[in-house]
Ligand binder design. Sequence first.
Ligand code: RIB
Ligand code: CA
Length: 305
Amino acid sequence: MLWIIDTDAGVDDAIALALPFSPDQQHRHHVLAITTVSGNVHVSKVNLNVGAVLDVLGADVPIYAGCDRPLRERPAHAEEFHGPDGLGGAGLAKTERRPADMHAALAICHLAKAYAGQVGLVTLGPLTNLALACNLDPALPTRISRLVIMGGAWQARGNQTPAAEFNIAVDPESAHVVFERFSNITLLPWEVSLDQMMPLDVFERIRSGRSARARFFAAMTRIVDDWRARFGFAGVPLPDPLAVVVALDEGAIAHALRARVHVDIGHDVGRGLSALDYRNPQPNAHVVTAVDAARAWEMIAAAWA
Ligand code: RIB
Ligand code: CA
């Protein structure tokens, strides 16, 4: 599989980006491109963050800058969780790398056509780029072999609104397009990262490493201590890393439900809700409800060693 990772990096995105570039050969995978989108922070900051992470990983992969705002919704960010720069406010977002000239949505279309049937796409942010790509190339869903989305709240335990998870809530219209166009989505919803948080001893073991990667990880994740103090988390929720884990290692999926996922684009309390319809004869997603946590933590720890 040749991977494209679409991201609004973000601290957990940054942790996830290391996984296919692991020093452990068994976890290395071919990444065609990183595409960026506004979400946790503005896309201009995401571009710098992805560049900084690729620098510390020593990864040679192009960055394509994408949409700087949702399709219709007013822009919303999450700087209180990811810091003003999006990388924990640790002064890490310094890089010489610059995005390529092509827009992320066009790059997704171009690469999916060039490598049709071999491309896997993981989305870690709002689905603005992917929805645009679907309208630029209506055949896109037939060209992408695997689509793994971090997003949604299958039990409606929202983190952006009472009903909606951030990546969907930021751009519900784009999410609605994607869930209507694709029929074989692997969805890693927010609740999995809440119910299966990385244990603190594992997290601290990664942070205590002496490598350049480990020191970057430690600096970037100091803000996680604020999350834990604010919400009383007993561990560390890592939604984007879990999405990349199940993309790269399907055996890490411990349980999933087959359903048609509908995204509510109304304007009431359910806006951005990812509703599961188990009775629909046309399911569009495998909704991951549990992962093999030990397998996930091993992959993440190896990537940041
Ligand atoms: O709700 C969690 C998701 O929103 C993660 O992808 C996080 O990075 C933010 O984008
Ligand atoms: Ca993200």
